[in-house]
Design a protein around this ligand. Sequence first.
Ligand code: NAP
Length: 309
Amino acid sequence: MVYNVIIIGSGPAGLTAAIYAARANLEPLVIAGATPGGQLMVTSDVENYPGFPNGIQGPELMQLFREQALRFGTTLINADIVSADLRRYPFSLSTSDTTYQCKSVIIATGATAKWIGLDSETRLRGKGVSACATCDGFFFRGKRVAVVGGGDAALEEANFLTKFATSVTVIHRRDALRASKIMQDRAKANPKISFIWNSEVIEVLGDTHVTGLKLKNVRTDERMNVQTDGLFVAIGHEPNTSIFKGQLDLDVKGYMVVHDHTRTSVDGVFTAGDVHDHHYRQAITAAGFGCMAAIDVERWLEEKGVATA
Ligand code: NAP
């Protein structure tokens, strides 16, 4: 069987693409990943997704996306793609035990936030440790927070967090920021933001929620504890594109390059969500890109005259 479209990924981008493709009678196959649902599966309260005035838990929101995709005739399998052949047509995508063929592909494999890699950080994720200020900043009204990182994202998060927190401490492993000058100037001029230089977080402190951090000065090896109610890790994201390397245009950081709307460098291969968008990185924007990619696929298949319902 040759599918009209295979959607890789099952976050907001992939499942929105599935809803639109299924409603266009394309009978899509979603290869959802071995741990489906994307980044929202590790987010607790989602309060900025329109349509949920009282907020919703991330996993519950993804379950609703999934039900909606299935309702219109999506086939969904929980497996990872281990290899892709986009050089020959129809395209081939393989999981560990099956190879699927398709006329078009939507890559919505997302990006993974980088974490420091501490056990205490994993244990307290969602309990004061977060990688998304836009998602979780609101919960720190009147509290103290720390941000790890020295790039644009870290300073953007720090600035954003000053809307809620009483103080924001940026902890950076060097004594010079990587962020653009304008972001640096803005952060340094903000009276709520302070910096701790040349330091790494070596432990997140707290039993049920974050109460502080243990830091190590990388120059002097000196240790110190700082009190904080929250830790925002902003040390970059990794786009999930490794299996497409060499077959599709990727930028220097590995993000999918978009050529025209949602088209990639291979005709018939489209992309949606955080795998190409490192600018907005929101569930709602990913969902929007998913919708766009499905519409683009539908038109592309029609133009080629290859769609079968
Ligand atoms: P980034 O520019 O790669 O910066 C990552 C920062 O995290 C660096 O300062 C790095 O330290 C630090 N870091 C990396 N691994 C670490 C670790 N294990 N422990 C401690 N610190 C670590 O990533 P980003 O800030 O996410 O930005 C990604 C891209 O999006 C950039 O091109 C950025 O310009 C863009 N962006 C732009 C805006 C904006 O213009 N408004 C906002 C957000 C992002 P070192 O400096 O020592 O390497």
